[in-house]
Design a protein around this ligand. Structure first.
Ligand SMILES: Nc1ncnc2c1ncn2[C@@H]1O[C@H](COP(=O)(O)OP(=O)(O)OP(=O)(O)O)[C@@H](O)[C@H]1O
Ligand SMILES: Cc1ncsc1CCO
Length: 318
C-alpha cells in the first residue's frame, strides 16, 4: 500500500487526497454520472496519481485483514497490566483473535513460540515483569513474530523511563503505540507525563514519533483525538473515533492489543498499524452513537468490534 500511494507523503497532499476520495466516492456511486461518461472530463493527472484506486485498495485490504483475523484467530500473547487484562482479552475475542495473558518468566518464551504476536505493556510495572518482557521480546524477535510495545506512563517516574529504555535496548518492537506525552518522553523530549494520561495532542508529537521510528525501526503510533502513524518518513492519520473513548480506562491498551491482532495477519507493519487504529476508531465511533456515558461506551465498544465487518465500509473514511 505504501509504495502505490506515495502521493500521501505530506500532510497537505493527504488532506487534498482525502477530499478527492470523498468526491470520487460519491461520483462513482452515481450511475447517471458514469453512464454519461463525465469521467473523461476529469483531468488525466488526477487518475495518474491513483487517488480513487488508493482509497479503494486500502479499504479492501483492511476488510481482507479483518476477515483473516476472524478466519485464523491468531493467538496473541499479552504481558499487560492488571487494570486492562479482562477488557483487552475481550476486545481481542471480539475482533476474532485469541488472547492469552502470561507473564511468569518460567513460561513466557514457550508461550511466544505458539503465538502469532506479542504485546508488551508497561502499565503495572514490577522488576520481575520487566525481565519477563525482555525474555518474551527476545524470543519473539528470534522467531520473527511481531512485537507491539506500549510504554504506559513512561516519563511519569524515573523507574518507568529506565524500564522502557531497558526493554528497547534488548527488544526490537514492530510497532510502538502510546499517547502523545508518552511518545515525546520516549523520544527524550522534555515533557512530564501525567500518570497514564496525555497532556499533549498527537500532532504535538509528530517530530518525536518520527525520531523514535528512525531510532527503533518500529512503526510509531501516537493515539489521541486524531491518531498519527509514522515510519519516520510517511505519516498517516486516523480520523475515526469518539471523545468518550478517552474516558474509558485502558482504551489505549486495547488499541495496542488490536494492533497486535492486525500485525499477526498483515506483514506490512505500517498497514497493520493503520488498520488496527482504524478498527479502533470505527468501533469507537459506532459505540459513541448510542452510548449514554463511560459505562455503556465500554460495553457498546466491544459489540461494535464484534460486528465490525458489516459496518467497516460505511465508516471507513480515512
Ligand atoms: N477525543 C477523542 N476522540 C476520538 N477518539 C479518541 C479520543 N481520545 C481517545 N481516542 C481514541 O481512544 C483510543 C485510546 O487512545 P488514548 O490516546 O486515549 O490512549 P491512552 O492515553 O494510552 O489510554 P490508556 O492509558 O487509558 O490506555 C485510541 O483509539 C484513540 O483514537
Ligand atoms: C490507570 C492505569 N494505571 C496503570 S495502567 C492503567 C490503565 C491505563 O493505561
Amino acid at each position: 500500500m505504501q509504495e502505490s500511494c506515495q502521493f500521501e507523503k505530506s500532510r497537505e497532499n493527504g488532506e487534498i487526497l482525502q477530499f478527492l476520495r470523498k468526491v470520487f466516492h460519491v461520483l462513482f456511486q452515481n450511475e447517471t454520472f458514469c453512464q454519461k461518461k463525465t469521467l473523461r472530463k476529469i483531468p488525466r493527472l488526477i487518475f495518474q496519481k491513483n487517488f480513487y484506486l488508493c482509497a479503494m485498495q486500502t479499504r479492501e485490504i483492511f476488510q481482507k485483514d479483518l476477515e483473516l483475523i476472524r478466519e485464523k484467530a491468531p493467538l496473541i500473547h499479552n504481558i499487560t497490566n492488571f487494570v486492562v487484562m479482562n477488557n483487552t482479552a475481550n476486545a481481542l475475542l471480539a475482533i476474532g483473535a485469541s488472547p492469552v495473558m502470561a507473564h511468569a518468566i518460567e513460561e513466557v518464551a514457550d508461550m511466544v513460540k505458539i503465538a502469532s504476536a506479542l504485546v508488551i505493556n508497561m502499565g503495572t510495572l514490577e522488576h520481575d515483569w520487566v525481565q519477563s518482557m525482555i525474555v518474551a521480546g527476545k524470543a519473539a524477535n528470534a522467531k520473527g513474530i511481531p512485537v507491539v510495545f506500549d510504554p504506559v506512563g513512561v516519563g511519569a517516574t524515573p523507574y518507568r523511563s529506565q524500564a522502557a529504555a531497558e526493554i528497547l535496548q534488548h527488544v526490537k518492537p514492530t510497532i510502538i503505540r502510546a499517547n502523545a506525552s508518552e511518545i515525546m518522553s520516549l523520544a527524550r523530549v522534555n515533557v512530564q507525563t501525567k500518570g497514564v494520561d496525555s497532556t499533549n495532542s498527537a500532532d504535538d508529537a509528530i517530530t518525536s514519533a518520527k525520531i523514535l521510528a528512525k531510532e527503533t525501526g518500529a512503526i510509531v503510533v501516537v493515539s489521541g483525538a486524531v491518531d498519527v502513524i509514522t515510519d519516520g518518513e510517511n505519516v498517516k492519520r486516523v480520523l475515526n473515533g469518539h471523545p468518550l473513548m478517552g474516558r474509558v480506562t485502558g482504551m489505549g491498551c486495547t488499541a495496542t492489543a488490536i494492533l497486535a491482532a492486525f500485525a499477526a495477519v498483515e506483514k506490512n507493519a505500517f498497514d497493520a498499524a493503520y488498520f488496527g487504529m482504524t478498527a479502533m476508531g470505527i468501533a469507537g465511533e459506532i459505540a459513541g452513537l448510542t452510548a449514554k456515558g463511560n459505562g455503556t461506551m465500554q460495553l457498546y465498544f466491544l459489540d461494535a468490534l464484534c460486528n465490525l465487518s458489516e459496518n467497516a465500509a460505511t465508516f471507513f473514511r480515512n
